[in-house]
Design a protein around this ligand. Structure first.
Ligand code: ASP
Length: 346
């Protein structure tokens, strides 16, 4: 009997831009993007994995502040087109909006059964003290990790410093530390130390046999209104009267509280009466909205404002855009906003 050689794990690295892919140009001495099709010239350790690694690079590469929904669609299409060919995907992305892109893709890639691991770095990969090398190597190892013939983490995740976190639970909280991201309301899916310890009970898996469905419709008619003491009616009205606005996220105080001024509740009611939808998300880094707990949220509850529970700001805005684009009716958007569709809320 002929023994079939084991098929090599194949991974696709998608380089969108950001600090990670930068090296110093020896002539100009300024930072320039590297050619990712020769990634192992810059990180030769990658050859030791023995994986079949391929890379595609955006042209031009983008600072993540310029990444918008059209780019999320482009990333989703690259994954869709290459889905059957690769065992997993590593997306290299600037850290500034990585949590938005990872959240968006988690909603767009329904029934995802392969790892899509975002990573980046605080220091360019061409610098001696870079965190990019470790992050890239760990992200690749996680994207390739399999057990009983199946990927261990078939989710859109962020791998950064010593943690793997669910993309739509993660937020960037430091512009300085290597440990730049955290997941305040959901445990890490893996902790990276001497070993990579997977938190198997917290990893999502699609229904067996369910096929990948890529949702590309995105409606950006949403706004975020962050409350602050002393907020004026002129500001609130300017936002809710924005032409075409369909969805309003109110970033409230504590467990979902807002002022009880009559004008404030009247304005929210009139936005809802006109067909608008309001999502209540806390401005606290951790914890959850509990509408009705205090008098200051009871009125919003009775006006029909939907609780975002413990969703992050990044997941709330991308989920809203996704649902407005995908759902057939206002009622469907309201129902899906209030429940977890990709593990983004508890
Ligand atoms: N400005 C960069 C970006 O987000 C920062 C980074 O990559 O960390 O694209």
């Amino acid at each position: 009997m002929q023994v079939q050689p084991e098929k090599k794990i194949s991974l696709l690295i998608i380089y969108t831009g950001g600090t990670i892919g930068m090296v110093h140009d020896p002539v100009t001495r300024s930072l320039v993007p590297i050619d990712f099709s020769h990634i192992s010239d810059h990180v030769p350790e990658l050859l030791k994995f023995g994986f079949d690694l391929h890379a595609v690079s955006f042209d031009p590469v983008q600072d993540s502040s310029n990444i918008d929904p059209a780019v999320w669609v482009k990333m989703a299409e690259i994954i869709e087109k290459n889905y059957d060919r690769y065992d997993g995907f590593v997306v290299l992305h600037g850290t500034d909006t990585m949590a938005y892109s990872a959240s968006a893709l988690s909603f767009m890639l329904e029934n995802l059964a392969k790892p899509v691991i975002f990573t980046g770095s605080q220091l360019p990969i061409g610098l001696l003290r870079t965190d990019g090398r470790e992050n890239l190597i760990t992200a690749i190892e996680i994207a390739a990790a399999r057990e009983n013939g199946r990927p261990i983490v078939p989710e859109v995740c962020i791998c950064f410093d010593n943690e793997l976190t669910r993309g739509n639970r993660t937020t960037k909280y430091s512009a300085e530390h290597f440990d730049a991201f955290n997941s305040p309301n959901y445990p890490p899916l893996a902790v990276v130390g001497l070993h990579i310890n997977y938190n198997r009970n917290h990893i999502r898996h699609p229904e067996p046999g369910a096929k990948l469905k890529v949702h590309k419709e995105i409606d950006t008619n949403v706004a975020i209104l962050k409350l602050f003491p002393g907020i004026g009616r002129n500001l609130v009205q300017a936002i809710i009267n924005t032409k075409g606005l369909k969805g309003l996220i109110i970033e409230t105080f504590g467990a979902g509280n807002a002022p009880t001024y009559k004008w404030f509740i009247d304005d929210l009611r009139s936005f809802i009466a006109g067909g608008g939808i309001i999502f209540n998300v806390t401005q606290c880094h951790g914890g959850s909205v509990e509408m009705g707990l205090y008098e200051t949220s009871r009125e919003m509850l009775s006006a029909g404002v939907i609780s975002g529970r413990d969703i992050t700001s990044e997941a709330s805005v991308t989920k809203f855009m996704h649902l407005l684009g995908r759902c057939k009716s206002r009622e469907e958007v309201i129902r899906c906003l209030g429940e977890s569709i990709a593990g983004e809320m508890t």
